[in-house]
Design a protein around this ligand. Structure first.
Ligand code: ADP
Ligand code: MG
Length: 318
């Protein structure tokens, strides 16, 4: 099977149809119709075998995860996903692997209503490059840089299950069925697209939690030129984290990544309206702290002692 047969067999016809795709896979480039009065939002992620995933993981899960972690960045900007390109580097043509991988891509783009509009296919060490394109109405874009002193900090869901799964890959200490349950948090993240409408209306700044709450909240604070005060007791620890990693639960939630929940800030004057809208939308979030003047993150423990939190999380080249 050559490069073109591969593209046509596994990627040409797996995409939801969208009327804004004037030309998709098959030409030198795709042609897209952008909505009037909207901003185009673009984000790229690389998934490297052995770094971001293990080659022995189910191909459909590798594919889902590559798509969804990229989509999470669109959610964090308040953008609705629309289109995707796929830059795939494969060591060999393994038809069984490709069929399963293609099924995973198809499931993920269908779930997020994105059209696969092109890509590139090359031979080399396994690597999955995903570029996602989304749209947001003019001036409803949400950046990391909009947080102000006094804003309240929220997290969209429980933290730590994916990092616990990663840890358990090494020490294999969690029995079934919880092991499978925890592993699914790592393999099958759900980007929080359900939050987009509310964030557009109320959030002053948003970031998705890919590297861990401490590292990602720190990025938000640096961009906004503010500091943060976190209440340790308020950090939403995943129930399985509380069950299996009692002593380290807070550390795993703070410093472990891969949850793809959102961390966002809402001006204090808007919080009441925001929380009413949250319950109307049947969503749930956790209030974890406050934006303050200055720099860095202070964490208040159960004894009301304050200490400075190290913004450590996963970093390449470290
Ligand atoms: P070109 O040589 O003009 O860059 P290619 O031969 O690389 O084009 O690709 C042919 C067509 O197939 C293009 O439309 C390209 O976007 C698409 N394509 C290539 N690889 C993939 C892939 N892995 N997934 C989806 N579309 C792909
Ligand atoms: Mg090409």
């Amino acid at each position: 099977m050559n490069e073109f047969e591969l593209i046509y067999s596994y990627f040409r016809d797996i995409s939801p149809k969208r009327s804004d795709v004037l030309l998709g896979i098959g030409d030198d480039a795709a042609l897209l119709r952008v909505e009037p009065n909207h901003t185009l939002v673009v984000s790229t992620d690389s998934m490297v075998s052995g770094v971001h995933f293990l080659s022995q993981w189910p191909p459909a899960d590798i594919a889902w995860r590559a798509v969804m972690t990229a989509v999470s960045d669109l959610a964090a900007m308040g953008a609705t996903p629309c289109w995707m390109t796929l830059a795939l580097t494969l060591p060999e043509v393994d038809c069984e692997w490709l069929a399963d991988f293609s099924r995973g891509i198809s499931t993920a783009i269908s779930a997020t209503e994105m059209a696969l509009i092109g890509g590139d296919t090359t031979k080399g060490p396994l690597n999955i490059g995903v570029t996602v394109f989304g749209q947001v109405p003019f001036q409803q874009e949400i950046k990391r840089s909009g947080a102000r002193s006094g804003d309240i900090i929220f997290v969209s869901g429980y933290l730590g299950a994916a990092a616990l799964a990663l840890k358990n890959l090494k020490n294999n200490a969690i029995p079934e069925p919880d092991n499978t349950k925890i592993f699914s948090h790592l393999l099958h993240p759900y980007p929080r697209l359900d939050w987009i409408p509310l964030l557009r209306r109320y959030a002053s700044a948003v970031i998705d939690i890919s590297d861990g709450l401490s590292a990602d909240l720190n990025h938000l604070c640096v961009s906004s030129q503010v500091g943060a005060r976190l209440e340790q007791e308020a950090i939403p620890l995943h129930p399985l984290l509380k069950k299996y990693a009692v002593a380290e639960a807070v550390d795993i939630a703070l410093f472990g990544g891969d949850d793809y929940e959102l961390c966002f800030t809402v001006p204090a004057t808007q919080v009441q309206d925001f929380l009413a809208a949250v319950s109307l939308a049947n969503l749930h979030c956790f209030q974890v702290g406050t934006i303050i003047d200055g720099a860095g993150i202070q964490i208040i423990d159960e004894q009301k002692n304050s200490k400075t939190l190290e913004p450590r999380g996963y970093q390449h080249f470290n």
